[in-house]
Design a binder for this molecule. Structure first.
Ligand code: GLN
Length: 401
């Protein structure tokens, strides 16, 4: 067997040796294995809206079952352009500026493959959604991390240092990835912060790639601003979004990029040869989803606010220090009170002994030590699920070393 391993290794690319499997997805498998309540991977355990499920069923019954146009069905692209105009005031030509992909996951990697050359640098705020690291590696780029610092008080904001950000813009910087509302911190970037990023992008001729998948999941009056809406960013932003989080359909795999025509062309080429297209009937249903009335989004944010406010007191009572999110559906916590050597051993204990799955903080950092006393919980779950988790978490006790 040893020889076989050596032989197999010979066939692997250098790239794949530089990243590991997703810890987030692994935690869902662990939850299933141990019969634990799954507050790890961010997917809802409640139903998607009835009207969009019906739209998908109708699309299949009406034989929308063959390839859509490779860069996206026309009715979905039109709906994306309309929604960008209505919500962010951004004018988009659906014929030349929209590419529909298999989820925002494929959209991000297609975008990086379309714009990066070997040796280019991509700036990423850290902690970061774990895909961005491997995405950069696969596209040949070098990730350069800029720290988001946790707030001193549970109600404070995660912040970055302006000088640290500026020093990350260097001769080989091609792009900066901005994820707002942010996974895992729940930070919603303020206008002044986005303007600073805009100014640096213009000064250093850098592209902004923004992941806005949690656009509608906002709390405490927070407002989402697309960086593409800031003057000067129209021709240097790729705005990425998708159906998954807003419409509770993470398994449909429909996402998209909105970008200037020349960049769209490049993204479309990569996307076409990677996957040809996202599922046609689900794109058709996506056009229905994007046409839902404004009340749908208000209710969505309110329902998530209630879930956040259900989980946080439970976590605090169990001994976690919580960083209160302003957006997205995760809460980052500090686990120092439990006296564990690191996040991975704590999460293992949590899933095996307590019966709750969470994501170790280190999977959001380049240097695992930086996340060694942090753990992320997802609260995109039914009240019953959160209550069941609360019952289990009550068995946890802070301990002194
Ligand atoms: N964004 C989700 C999370 O952070 C997971 C998305 C995925 O697994 N593709 O948990």
């Amino acid at each position: 067997m040893a020889d076989l391993t050596v032989q197999s290794k010979h066939f692997l690319s250098d790239k794949v040796e530089r990243f590991t499997e997703s810890v987030i997805r692994e935690m869902t498998r662990q939850a299933l294995l141990h019969g634990a309540i799954n507050l790890s991977q961010g997917f809802p355990d409640f139903p998607a809206p009835a009207e969009i499920k019906k739209a998908a069923q109708d699309a299949i019954a009406n034989d929308i079952n063959q390839y859509a146009i490779t860069w996206g069905a026309k009715n979905l692209r039109n709906a994306i352009a309309r929604k960008m105009k209505d919500w962010q005031g951004i004018s988009v030509d659906p014929e030349t500026q929209v590419t529909v992909c298999c989820g925002s996951t494929e959209t991000i990697v297609s975008t990086l493959l379309a714009v990066c050359n070997a040796g280019d640098e991509v700036i990423i705020f850290e902690p970061f959604y774990e895909n961005y690291g491997p995405d950069s590696i696969v596209s040949g780029a070098k990730p350069v991390f800029v720290k988001l610092r946790p707030p001193a008080s549970p109600d404070g904001e995660w912040t970055f240092d302006e000088r640290e950000l500026r020093s990350a813009f260097r001769p080989h910087t091609k792009a900066i990835v901005v994820n707002t509302p942010n996974n895992p911190t729940g930070k919603v970037f303020a206008r002044a912060e986005l303007e600073l990023i805009r100014d640096l992008c213009m000064e250093f001729n850098v592209l902004a790639i923004t992941d806005e998948i949690y656009e509608h999941i906002l709390y405490d009056g927070a407002r989402h601003i697309s960086i593409a809406s800031l003057p000067g960013m129209e021709d240097r932003t790729v705005t990425i979004n998708g159906l998954s989080k807003t419409y509770a359909v993470t398994g449909w795999r429909v996402g998209w990029a909105v970008a200037p025509p020349a960049i769209t062309n490049a993204i479309r080429k990569v996307h076409d040869f990677l996957t040809v297209g996202a599922p046609a009937p689900l794109q058709d249903a996506g056009a229905t989803a994007l046409g839902l009335p404004a009340s749908y989004y208000q209710n969505l944010a309110a329902a998530y606010g209630a879930r956040r406010d259900r989980l946080i007191p439970t976590l605090e009572a169990a001994g976690f220090r919580c960083f209160r999110p302003r957006g997205a559906y995760y809460v980052m916590t500090d686990i120092s009170a439990f006296g564990f050597a690191d996040d991975v051993s704590f999460v293992k204990y949590l899933v095996q002994e307590i019966g709750v799955a969470a994501v170790p903080g280190s999977s959001f950092y380049n240097n695992p030590r930086d996340g060694a006393q942090q753990v992320r919980f997802a609260f995109c779950k039914r009240a019953e699920t959160l209550d069941a988790a609360a019952e289990k978490l009550a068995a946890l006790r802070p301990r002194k070393n």
